[in-house]
Design a protein around this ligand. Structure first.
Ligand code: ZN
Length: 192
């Protein structure tokens, strides 16, 4: 695929170290798509590549839907490249819903675009929002697939520009803790 981990590393969107993730797990890798997408030229290229992957999968969506905030930049750029409208979902009181004022028409064909798919759980909430509106999710696409599964949404088609799996550990099993390496929250200075 056209996006490589080396490219993400080169711009600081992938970092090596010893990180405490928001889940509480530890990892030697940290990936933040927003850092890569901070350059609008790079974001535009990601959108073009995702649009090409969507077209080559035989999908011709009526619109793109992404979850805020993480999916908005990449979804917007993909919709621009496909020449279709872009809508987004957001969490209101913990419930995934279409942004106020947005509407889907029954039968509309939707591709969901994400920055990163990790477990696919939040993406499935978006699938449910679209289904509830009577529209159809014809495919999904993301910049990065970290799930370890080539398609966690099968049988619905799914494409990613980069597949990568980083090991994570519980603190008591973490080899980096065992080495005595200070652990940091991603984006912060060492805390230990
Ligand atoms: Zn650790």
């Amino acid at each position: 695929m056209a996006l490589t981990l080396e490219e993400m590393t080169a711009v600081g969107a992938h970092q090596k170290g010893h990180f405490r993730l928001s889940s509480g797990l530890h990892s030697g890798d940290y990936l933040q798509c927003a850092i890569y997408l901070a350059d609008p030229v790079r974001a535009g290229r990601v959108g073009e590549e995702l649009a090409a992957a969507i077209r080559s999968a035989g999908l011709a969506p009526d619109l793109v839907v992404s979850p805020a905030l993480g999916g908005v930049i990449v979804g917007h750029e993909t919709a621009r490249a496909l020449g279709v409208p872009f809508l987004f979902t957001e969490r209101q009181d913990g419930v995934m819903t279409l942004r106020r004022g947005f509407a889907l028409a029954p039968g509309q064909r939707v591709v969901i675009v994400e920055d990163v798919v990790t477990t696919g759980k939040s993406t499935r909430e978006v699938v449910d929002v679209i289904g509830t509106a009577g529209a159809e999710v014809v495919g999904l696409a993301s910049m990065v697939n970290r799930s370890g599964d080539p398609n966690p949404f099968a049988p619905v088609p799914y494409r990613a520009l980069l597949e990568v799996v980083f090991p994570t550990w519980r603190p008591e099993e973490c080899p980096l803790c065992a080495e005595g390496m200070p652990v940091v929250k991603p984006g912060s200075r060492p805390v230990a």
